[in-house]
Ligand binder design. Structure first.
Ligand code: VJV
Ligand code: CA
Ligand code: ZN
Length: 381
């Protein structure tokens, strides 16, 4: 069912604790951890598990979480349950931004320590040179702040993984292709030049979450010019996205010269996503991952958003294949969950025919590119 294009001598590791899949944000909440079960079904169905090191990582410890998050916030997350939420003062619930986007659900702290443990495990394998590419589809929760939940994210596994990488790497590049701005990661490294953050996202401060990530979001102090943003409009298509991504990320890699890369692969930038508004097909999203992989640097590949589970699982299985230098067969493998991918049962359905018209003019895209390249002229060293 798979065809090998090149002899892959890359060591790829896959970090997943299936207990993550069992958590529920609420019946109609768009974030569905069981999309990870669908992803794993395809990964196993295509036989990819035989080609990678498969790990079931331990939970992140309290001390590990405290490397970024504030103790009072961690204590709160650890103690709060759907049954005792009322016992906490309303201003505490508000302060930590608990609500419709970030509800209190059963096993919330467990869920957060599980997905974070997997990102930290991936970072460790990269540091020890046991992996060239480490994958954690349950991670990539880029909105969480030091002492606040935000946009379905409670613990920022990305920030914690980058902090680990910084113990061994002088410069880490963070790239975020989720349709939302990677604000939590940007904010955490706002004033350092040891992490460069680059996010591509839909930008409309009044209409689209989180409202940050304009051209002029560039960092401050030592980190000035080390936060890069590519604000986009509705409906961007495969060609314009990939060409823009390629030219910007290539320039960034050549100027910044990181020694490790963290790539957040949010699947909500695909066409037909329940919350997204882009028009990307799986191959174009994957081409971005493949392009970053071609630089041959230690690479931590993370999940993120993605609200149409059948397509999230298609994308992440396909991208797992790309990490292994494989181009997966368009015919989906058999599995007990097969009905989810009907009626076509293909890996590559047409996702571009969605309801979002392309509002990105060539002029806007060229401006976006110019604005980022301009920042690179200021880099030190
Ligand atoms: O747009 C917002 C904030 C509001 C206030 C809260 N209401 C529920 C929605 C509007 C202004 N939040 C965004 C958050 C998006 C988070 C994306 C996360 C990631 O992909 O970047 C990384 C994992 C938003 N968009 C849509 C919703 N919230 C939404 C939340 C719900 C919902 C339907 C839509 C929460 C509960 C339920 N339905 C039942
Ligand atoms: Ca993004
Ligand atoms: Zn998102």
């Amino acid at each position: 069912s798979v065809s090998n294009n090149a002899t892959s001598n890359l060591k790829v590791s896959y970090h997943h604790n299936p207990l993550a899949d069992e958590h529920h944000f609420g019946a109609t909440h768009p974030m569905k951890p069981w999309r990870l079960t669908l992803t794993n079904q395809l990964v196993l169905g295509y036989g990819l598990h035989d080609l990678m090191d498969m790990y079931v990582p331990r939970r992140a410890s309290d001390a590990e979480l405290a490397d970024f998050h504030r103790d009072d916030y961690l204590d709160f997350l650890k103690r709060v349950t759907p049954h005792n939420t009322d016992e906490f003062p309303a201003d505490v619930i508000t302060k930590y931004n608990i609500g419709d986007d970030c509800p209190i659900f059963d096993g919330l702290f467990d869920f957060a320590s599980i997905y974070t443990g997997a990102s930290l495990d991936g970072a460790r394998k990269l540091i020890n040179n046991q992996s060239d590419i480490a994958i954690n589809w349950s991670g990539g929760l880029h909105h969480a702040k030091k002492a606040e939940a935000s946009g379905f994210c409670y613990i920022n596994d990305i920030v914690l993984a980058i902090l680990q990488l910084l113990r061994h790497h002088p410069r880490v590049l963070y790239i975020d292709i989720d349709v939302h701005h990677g604000d939590g990661v940007e904010q955490a490294f706002w004033s350092t030049d040891r992490v460069m953050t680059l996010s591509f996202h839909k930008y409309d401060p009044k209409e689209f979450f989180p409202g940050t990530g304009g051209f002029d979001d560039i960092g401050a102090g030592n980190g000035r010019h080390y936060s890069l943003n590519v604000p986009l409009k509705d409906g961007i298509d495969d060609n314009s996205y990939f060409l823009l991504f390629k030219s910007i990320s290539e320039a960034v890699l050549l100027s910044y010269r990181p020694s490790a890369i963290v790539l957040q692969c949010g699947a909500d930038s695909l066409g037909c996503d329940r919350l997204g508004c882009f028009n990307l097909n799986i191959k174009a999203h994957g081409a971005c991952v493949d392009f970053i992989k071609s630089f041959g640097l230690p690479l931590l590949v993370l999940g993120g958003g993605g609200y149409t589970p059948r397509n999230v699982s298609r994308l992440w299985a396909y991208e797992t294949g790309l990490c292994l230098n494989l181009e997966l067969d368009n015919e989906l493998p058999d599995s007990q969950y097969r009905a989810w991918w009907g009626p076509e049962y293909k890996l590559h359905p047409d996702l571009a025919s969605s309801k979002h018209e392309n509002k990105n003019t060539r002029k806007h895209l060229e401006l976006a590119r110019q604005k980022v390249l301009e920042q690179l002229r200021y880099l030190k060293g």
